[in-house]
Design a protein around this ligand. Structure first.
Ligand SMILES: Cc1cc2nc3c(=O)[nH]c(=O)nc-3n(C[C@H](O)[C@H](O)[C@H](O)COP(=O)(O)O)c2cc1C
Length: 204
């Protein structure tokens, strides 16, 4: 097996280390976070750290990197409190990845990609039109991580839109039917295939 110890990590080239550490924990969700600034400029950025945090209340979290460079998504969420989470489909990975480019706050990624913004239910943040799953979220709190300068953002899930055909009778959303992708590391997108669903596991 290939082996690394924490000492050997320190001697690795920066990009190699980023790729290694970002991929070893497994496949991650791939989402586009839609926000708007107080000046009214829309913003869209890809995030792979969105995770549900509990279903009752319906919460999610994601991590923002240290504030050493402008972080438009974070700034917009702090200013407006509202944002959207939108799933990425196979057909859209080029544009989705491009939203990670560092655009100035006055430039909207919606203008630099084929994504179109969509407003509905009076939500004060843009959804990504035609995304298979769209969530309207409200900022609740954040925790600064002194270990690495990142912040964990906690938000409530207030609106849920699911493309017809994905929602199953028991509430489970079959993402594969929407060609929803996952991320392996920071730059490789994969299309998962459901193998099997299980009943609630009980001790034998
Ligand atoms: C696949 C992928 C996943 C990413 N996930 C995160 C993340 O979870 N948190 C984060 O702060 N940045 C993440 N980024 C980086 C942001 O997309 C990037 O910093 C972007 O420029 C942020 O845009 P903004 O300044 O408009 O918020 C990710 C980038 C890629 C390519």
């Amino acid at each position: 097996m290939d082996f690394f110890s924490s000492e050997s990590l320190d001697s690795l080239n920066k990009i190699y280390r980023i790729n290694l550490i970002n991929s070893i924990t497994g496949y991650k969700s791939a989402n586009l976070l839609g926000t708007v600034s107080k000046k009214g400029v829309e913003n869209l950025a890809v995030f792979s750290s969105v995770t549900h945090l509990g279903s009752n209340p319906a919460l999610l979290s994601f991590f923002v990197r240290p504030n050493v460079v402008p972080r438009n998504t974070y700034k917009n969420i702090k200013e407006k409190r509202f944002f959207t989470v939108n799933h990425i489909s196979k057909e859209k990975i080029d544009d989705a990845h491009h939203t990670s480019a560092k655009y100035d706050e006055n430039i909207s990624e919606f203008d630099k990609t084929s994504f179109q913004s969509e407003y509905k239910n009076n939500w004060k943040a843009p959804f990504v039109k035609d995304s298979a799953v769209q969530l309207g979220c409200k900022y609740l709190n954040e925790y600064y991580l002194k270990e690495n300068g990142c912040s964990m953002i906690i938000a409530s899930i207030e609106l849920i839109f699911i493309r017809k055909g994905l929602l199953q009778n028991d509430g489970w959303v079959e993402l594969t039917k929407g060609n929803v992708v996952t991320v392996n590391g920071l730059d490789a997108y994969a299309l998962p295939k459901t193998i099997k669903r299980f009943k609630y596991a009980r001790p034998k």
